[in-house]
Design a protein around this ligand. Structure first.
Ligand SMILES: Cc1cc2nc3c(=O)[nH]c(=O)nc-3n(C[C@H](O)[C@H](O)[C@H](O)COP(=O)(O)OP(=O)(O)OC[C@H]3O[C@@H](n4cnc5c(N)ncnc54)[C@H](O)[C@@H]3O)c2cc1C
Length: 275
């Protein structure tokens, strides 16, 4: 049976759910089509033979602005669902000690200062200071001409600005692995600074929130519930196979359901359609 809606949203990751929520709040009819059995995309989590599996997203950064706003619309306060952490530990293979850095200017200012002037057994003051031109030049360059940063990997940019070996090994590499899951020679300095640059005005809110449960349960489900309360629909196990394009406009899609091999066809009109 063919059905119509103002918008078809492909994928129930945070982007898709956010778009669907925003549109449904504006009284648009929406349907979210998700190919997997569980919603959330890279924020999804599910029970697999009694073990909770998480697919991605696992830390909330205190300077995020949009996610708390979206969650609020779904009736969730971020403080209810995360355990805040105001410091990070850097553990060094082969060394007994751990370096502890305070990361929160307003929620843990003393730990922050202590971390900056301490930890000298692992990274000396000279090592720490060697990061200043790297970050300053990186942010300035990102503001002026982000594409220029694309010429360098993060490692090359660090070398260009004389980041010390220790600072590279004990600070940049762990930061890179923790945030991007990649060593700094494997991706561009534009990507690195591009993540942090928009956060600078809200850096004072920096701290890290560890989620208190599975992502689907804490994030995706409440948003989907609100979409459905707004009369939107969220369908899992529904893979979009092909878009229907008419006069350069996407007007519908073909999809298949779990367990069925054949794509169903959809009719198209001035409004988006699905079947
Ligand atoms: C391992 C890992 C850890 C991460 N940790 C963090 C973290 O700690 N903090 C943080 O802020 N960010 C983290 N991220 C990044 C964050 O998870 C993602 O940026 C975010 O979840 C992306 O959301 P999205 O909606 O753009 O994409 P996705 O979540 O990928 O959503 C896309 C959705 O579309 C669906 N889809 C794709 N094709 C089709 C189709 N043809 N038909 C129907 N559905 C389709 C997919 O199944 C998926 O559900 C992490 C990412 C990974 C991979």
């Amino acid at each position: 049976m063919m059905q119509r809606s103002d918008a078809i949203i492909i994928g129930s990751g945070l982007s898709g759910l956010t778009a669907a929520l925003e549109l449904s709040e504006k009284e648009k009819s929406v349907i979210v089509l998700e190919k997997e059995k569980v919603i959330g995309g890279r924020t999804s989590s599910w029970d697999e033979d009694g073990m909770l599996v998480e697919s991605g997203f696992h830390r909330h950064i205190g300077f995020y602005k949009e996610l708390p706003r979206i969650l609020k619309k779904a009736g969730i306060s971020i403080n209810q669902i995360v355990q805040w952490e105001e410091q990070v530990d850097v553990r060094v293979k082969g060394k007994k000690d751990t370096a502890v850095f305070g990361i929160s200017p307003i929620f843990g200012p003393f730990e922050m200062v202590r971390g900056l002037i301490g930890n000298n057994h692992i990274v000396s003051m000279r090592d720490k200071l060697s990061l200043v031109p790297f970050f300053l030049k990186g942010f300035l360059e990102y503001k002026r001409n982000p594409d220029k940063l694309d010429q360098y990997s993060v490692k090359e940019f660090a070398e260009k600005h004389h980041v010390s070996e220790n600072a590279l090994h004990y600070l940049i590499i762990p930061l890179s692995a923790g945030v991007f899951f990649l060593p700094p020679e494997r991706y561009s300095a534009k990507v690195f600074f591009g993540l942090f640059y928009p956060a600078l005005p809200r850096f004072y809110r920096m701290r890290i929130g560890a989620y208190l449960g599975g992502m689907t349960e804490l994030l995706a489900n409440p948003i989907a519930t609100r979409i459905e309360q707004n009369k939107g629909k969220v369908r899992t196990g529904t893979k979009v196979k092909r878009l229907i394009v008419e006069s350069s406009q996407v007007t519908g899609c073909y999809f298949s359901k779990w367990g069925r091999n054949k794509s169903k066809s959809c009719y198209t009109s001035s409004r988006f359609s699905w079947c």
